[in-house]
Design a protein around this ligand. Structure first.
Ligand code: DQA
Length: 144
C-alpha cells in the first residue's frame, strides 16, 4: 500500500518553532519515525513539505495513480484553504487530517477546518504521535 504524507507551511521549522506548542521533534525526525513504522507495517511512504498553497494542491493532484491514502497536516491552510479542500475531494483519495497541537483548545480561528469535511477523520493534539496514529489507521485500509 502506498501512502503520501503531506506537511504544510512552517512545518519545516519544527524543532525550532514554538516548541512549547509543537514539540522538539524536527520534521526530519517525524519523517524518520514514519519511515520506520512504514517498514514494520509493510507500506510504502512518500513525504512532501511545502510552504506554498499551490504546490500543496499540485502534490495532491500528483498523488493520483500512486497514493492509496493521504496523511495531511495542512497547518495554517487548514483554516483558510478551499483550494486544498477541493483538491482532496477532487482526487478522491481517502485522507486523514493530522495536527500536532490540539487545535480545538487553541485560538477560535484554529477551531474551524476547511479540510475536516473531506477527510475520513482527524487526529490532533498528540504531537508527532498524531502522524504515527494516522499511519496505523491508513495502513489498515490496505488490509482486506
Ligand atoms: C498545526 C495547527 C495549525 O493551526 C497551525 O497553523 C500549524 C500547525 C498543528 O499541527 O498543530 O501550523 O496544523
Amino acid at each position: 500500500m502506498n501512502i503520501l504524507v503531506i506537511h504544510g507551511p512552517n512545518l519545516n521549522l519544527l524543532g525550532k518553532r514554538e516548541p512549547g506548542v509543537y514539540g522538539a521533534t524536527t520534521l526530519e525526525g517525524i519523517n524518520d519515525a514514519l519511515e520506520q513504522d512504514a517498514l514494520e507495517l509493510g507500506v510504502s511512504l512518500r513525504s512532501y513539505q511545502s510552504n506554498s498553497e499551490g504546490d500543496l494542491v499540485s502534490a495532491i493532484h500528483d498523488a493520483r495513480g500512486w497514493a492509496e491514502a493521504i496523511i495531511i497536516n495542512p497547518a495554517a491552510y487548514t483554516h483558510t484553504s478551499v483550494a486544498i479542500r477541493d483538491a482532496i475531494a477532487g482526487v478522491g483519495i481517502p485522507a486523514i487530517e493530522v495536527h500536532l497541537s490540539n487545535v480545538h483548545a487553541r485560538e477560535p480561528f484554529r477551531q474551524h477546518s476547511y479540510i475536516a469535511p473531506v477527510a475520513q477523520g482527524t487526529i490532533a493534539g498528540f504531537g508527532a504521535e498524531s502522524y504515527r496514529l494516522a499511519l496505523r489507521v491508513a495502513s489498515q485500509w490496505g488490509v482486506s
